[in-house]
Design a binder for this molecule. Structure first.
Ligand code: ADP
Length: 534
């Protein structure tokens, strides 16, 4: 396993600027901390392997339960150089045909390789076989994701496939960016509309999906003819760097994709201040998103934001109990509750409340908490101590105001940043967990009486990203889906994100959409050309 990782050349700790891997100019580094170091991980010998491949011995710190890699810590100067190289690359990348850009993107996921193959008895012929760059390396990339982010390896490998799907989709979509010809307002004129790439894009991404949150920005940006400076989360830069290495191998030209990481506010400010950066695309917390939006004003940048959610999962009396349990379980506990579309509040109607509470708790009890490298583990650790403290304080607040813990409710016996999958009943709207994003494995059950109540409670938040409803009534599905102030609605379904559908929030959950044909629009400007004297 790790042999593959070592020989793959995917372990990068420098930034990528203008097609070159470079240290930060003042040689400073930041540490990447593994969220946990369980004892059985040490016992398997994986630690030794991991430390020799990824980490330099002096920064390996098993005593405190941390695995640390040193990556370049960049700031304003490096970011300005990355912007300059992206600006230069834009001049030629944007002029390539859509077909040429599409081919480069496809090579990022699919690379043709010639091999000698037996055809008839003894005779051999060279044959073209297809290997996926991202997908062929799914195990190494998955290992990196588990190492730096903590999610179970199977889920991490799933993220690689999900991440690659955006590149594939936008490689296809690159060729379908159509303009318009408008019937003119005067007979000697012809009116045309062109869609043109917006220019250099600054992409700032979070730690919860270290690969997919990058590819769903970079895919449509490169497909459109834009060039990109990516700033991955300082908590998970290794996956981003590995993906960039594969992009280089695929033939993404120097400067078209840069990666800088380190001092987030400095890098952010440099991207925002530059008049050459025409767009900022961000996924992360609502607080940082608001700052970025304000700071984009002086240079009037186009802005896309994917911010926090407060997703309700609404279970009506007429729901199929098994479907509701399965859907809510998936929506709540994916990535240990650390996604912005995770169910944050489970609203359950009076008549099914007790039955649901029992069946749901039973299902949650079967989740297996553990080291992401351990076979069968479905719940990894939380990202860091701050995340644990937040979850603990939310649970404490709910219990002090009368909520009852049905399951879990405390740190897991594995220690570190593991938290027990938790179900809490009798949660009410005055408790912090029904107002703010938990971002952890805690499911609060809130009781409601009527459909109107459910809609009112669900919409009583500044967020508006994902919502889930469970009902067997077709009419109710329509009524409630339309009444919910959310950008995404799952009906009898808990996992709804896909590259072919638009993802994005309303209200303070964000601006713009990612994925689907709509995701392409975010990287275009519309130009109107009026041809006179015709
Ligand atoms: P999360 O809670 O998901 O970590 P953040 O909003 O803190 O959300 O982080 C998301 C991304 O935003 C990360 O890449 C982080 O480094 C970056 N970031 C945080 N603060 C700033 C800032 N002031 N300017 C630019 N980027 C920032």
């Amino acid at each position: 396993v790790s042999e593959k990782l070592r020989s793959s050349g995917l372990l990068r700790t420098q930034g990528l600027i203008g097609g070159k891997w470079i240290d930060s100019y003042d040689k400073t580094t930041i540490k990447v901390i593994h969220p946990y170091l369980p004892l059985d991980f040490k016992a398997t010998g994986l630690l030794l392997l991991a430390s020799s491949y990824i980490l330099s011995p002096q920064v390996n710190n098993p005593a405190t339960g941390e695995i640390v890699a040193d990556v370049a810590c960049m700031g304003v100067k490096e970011t300005n150089d990355a912007i300059a190289s992206s600006y230069e690359a834009f001049q030629s990348w944007s002029r390539r045909t859509a077909g040429e850009r599409s081919k480069v993107l496809r090579r990022w996921i699919i690379r043709p390789v010639w091999q000698w193959r037996n055809v008839f008895h003894g005779s051999q012929m060279p044959m073209k076989l297809k290997f996926d760059l991202l997908v062929a390396h799914k195990e190494e990339l998955g290992q990196l994701i588990t190492l730096e982010q903590g999610k179970p390896l199977k889920e991490a490998i799933g993220e690689v496939a999900y991440g690659a799907s955006f590149i594939e989709y936008y490689a296809e979509e690159a060729k379908r960016v159509y303009g318009d010809i408008i019937p003119p307002n005067s007979s000697d004129r012809r009116l045309l509309v062109l869609k043109q790439p917006i220019g250099v894009v600054g992409a700032i991404t979070p730690w919860n999906f270290p690969l997919a949150m990058i590819t769903r920005k970079v895919g449509p940006a490169l497909a459109s003819g834009c060039t990109v400076v990516v700033k991955p989360s300082e908590l998970t830069p290794l996956t981003a760097l590995a993906a960039a290495e594969l992009a280089l191998q695929a033939g993404v030209p120097p400067g078209a994709l840069n990666v800088v990481m380190g001092n987030a506010p400095e890098i952010g400010d440099a991207l925002l201040a530059s008049p050459q950066v025409r767009k900022i695309t961000f996924t992360g917390s609502t607080a940082v998103g608001k700052k970025l939006m304000a700071a984009a004003a002086p240079t009037v940048k186009k802005v896309s934001l994917e911010l926090g959610g407060n997703a309700p999962s609404i279970i009506f009396d007429d729901a199929d109990l098994d479907v509701a349990v399965k859907g809510t379980l998936a929506a709540k506990f994916r990535n240990s509750g650390q996604t912005c579309v995770c169910a944050n509040r489970v609203l359950v109607q009076d008549g099914i409340y007790d039955k649901f509470a029992e069946a749901f708790s039973e299902a949650v009890q079967k989740l297996e908490v553990g080291d992401g490298f351990k076979e069968g583990a479905t719940q990894g650790p939380l990202i860091n101590d701050a995340a644990i403290q937040k979850v603990e304080s939310f649970v404490q607040d709910a219990v002090s105001k009368g909520a009852k813990v049905l399951l879990g409710g405390k740190k897991h016996s594995l220690g570190m940043t593991f938290y027990e999958p938790t179900v809490i009943r009798d949660v009410t709207s005055n408790m912090i967990m029904s107002k703010e994003e938990i971002f952890g494995p805690v499911a609060p059950l809130i009781r409601f009486k009527t459909e109107e109540d459910a809609i009112r409670i669900a919409n009583d938040t500044i967020a508006g990203l994902a919502a889930y409803i469970f009902t067997n009534s077709v009419q109710r599905s329509w009524r409630v889906s339309e009444a919910l102030e959310y950008g995404l609605v799952g009906v009898n379904e808990g996992i709804i994100s896909t590259e072919v559908a638009p993802f994005g929030g309303v209200k303070q959950s964000g601006l713009g959409r990612e994925g689907s044909k709509y995701g392409m629009d975010e990287y275009h400007e519309i130009k109107y050309i009026c041809m006179g004297d015709m």
